[in-house]
Design a protein around this ligand. Structure first.
Ligand SMILES: NC(=O)C1=CN([C@@H]2O[C@H](COP(=O)(O)OP(=O)(O)OC[C@H]3O[C@@H](n4cnc5c(N)ncnc54)[C@H](OP(=O)(O)O)[C@@H]3O)[C@@H](O)[C@H]2O)C=CC1
Ligand SMILES: O=C(CO)COP(=O)(O)O
Length: 332
């Protein structure tokens, strides 16, 4: 069974190495010549992982037609590039391919979840199903083989099981599930909470505050997710509380890091002027604001993050906005 990973960034490379460690037939497609030759010639991806030596069995290519032979195609590009990439690979795919999504967020214009974007953009006969492989998993730790558990979620559970078998090993354990809505919404929304967690840390708030943020953030995720048909118990699992904890507390999180900078500087200006990293929660905050407003879903933490990012609200005024809002709203 052959797997092609689209995207030679941090997550594509780390997941490629998991498969190389499992002695699977895997190759990474990357558009960036430096990343591709670094993997092939030096067994490194220095841009993301500095000194870490990669499994030499992992190879990369700049030829997108490589997907033609794939049984599994794993899309490891940011949400903003998913639709375009699906349209590009569609012509090469063989019938019945399992497409694995690892991106966390929404389509920037249509607000669709990633599985819906993929199903809409790939011809029906070419797609066996979409499997979302998501959970608490920083690439920087997976690449050094830290123990990690994540979910393979699919409406076609036998495909989720195939992905589970493909990836599982002694340091990477996969659980399966079928609540696509609850899982993908949890994994997307936790990025906004991680920005909030970073902002609060940057402002100097400590452990009580972070516990409050994680707990109340989870409530918002459940409220939003169940409104759209996700199951509440999904949010108590790896794609909910699990991913929320790791992203709200880890030095590896780009969403946390972005928030931390904004909190420390008490302004968003520098972030907008200088950021070059993939920080999915920034676009997600805008979409959640739009959708929550339309559907009257109360999302106070997400709303503060949105106001800081897009309406230049001063970060140090947000604690009061949250702590002093009408207590009648708090029924639990
Ligand atoms: N990193 C992690 O720990 C985890 C990431 N994820 C999710 O994985 C997704 C991918 O992120 P991640 O790997 O971290 O991001 P990175 O920024 O590390 O890498 C992104 C990769 O995608 C490529 N890319 C970007 N835009 C395009 C495009 N339009 N067409 C083709 N290739 C493109 C980049 O190429 P170039 O270098 O040329 O820009 C780069 O190789 C995100 O949604 C993220 O939330 C999920 C779990 C863990
Ligand atoms: O999703 C992730 C970990 O599970 C990666 O988080 P960041 O995108 O914030 O780095």
């Amino acid at each position: 069974m052959r797997t092609v990973i689209i995207g030679s960034g941090s997550w594509g490379t780390a997941l490629g190495q998991v498969l190389a460690d499992n002695q699977q037939d895997v190759i990474v497609y990357g558009r960036n010549e430096a990343e591709v030759s670094d993997i092939n010639e030096n067994h490194h991806n220095t841009k993301y992982f500095k000194e870490t030596e990669l499994n030499p069995l992992l190879t990369a290519t700049r030829d997108l037609s490589v997907v033609a032979g794939a049984d599994f195609v794993l899309l490891a590009v940011p949400t903003i590039a998913i639709e375009d990439m699906c349209k590009k690979i569609n012509e090469y795919l063989k019938p019945n391919t399992i497409v694995i999504n690892v991106s966390k967020g929404f389509h920037p214009e249509t607000n669709e979840r990633m599985s819906d974007v993929i199903r809409r953009s790939i011809s029906l006969e070419k797609l066996s199903s979409v499997v979302s492989l998501i959970g608490p998993s920083h690439a920087e730790e997976v690449v050094i083989r830290q123990l990690t558990t994540i979910d393979a979620i699919s409406l076609k559970i036998e495909d989720a099981r195939k992905v589970q078998t493909l990836f599982s090993n002694r340091y990477f354990r996969i659980y399966t599930g079928s609540d696509e809505i609850g899982s993908e919404l949890g994994a997307a929304l936790k990025n906004v909470m991680a920005i909030a967690s970073g902002i609060l840390s940057g402002l100097g708030y400590q452990d009580n505050t972070r516990a409050a943020l994680i707990t109340r953030g989870l409530q918002e995720m459940v409220r939003y997710g169940t409104f759209f048909g996700g199951q509440e118990r999904t949010f108590m699992g790896l794609t909910g509380i699990g991913d929320l904890i790791v992203t709200c507390t880890s030095k590896h999180s780009r969403n946390f890091e972005c928030g931390y900078q904004i909190g420390q500087e008490n302004t968003v200006e520098n972030f907008w002027a200088n950021n070059t990293k993939t920080v999915e929660g920034v676009r997600t905050a805008k979409i959640v604001h739009r959708v929550a407003e339309k559907n009257h879903i109360s999302m106070p933490i997400c709303e503060e993050v949105y106001q800081i990012l897009y309406n230049h609200k001063k970060p140090d005024t947000c604690a009061d906005s949250l702590m002093l809002r009408d207590l009648k709203e708090e029924f639990r």
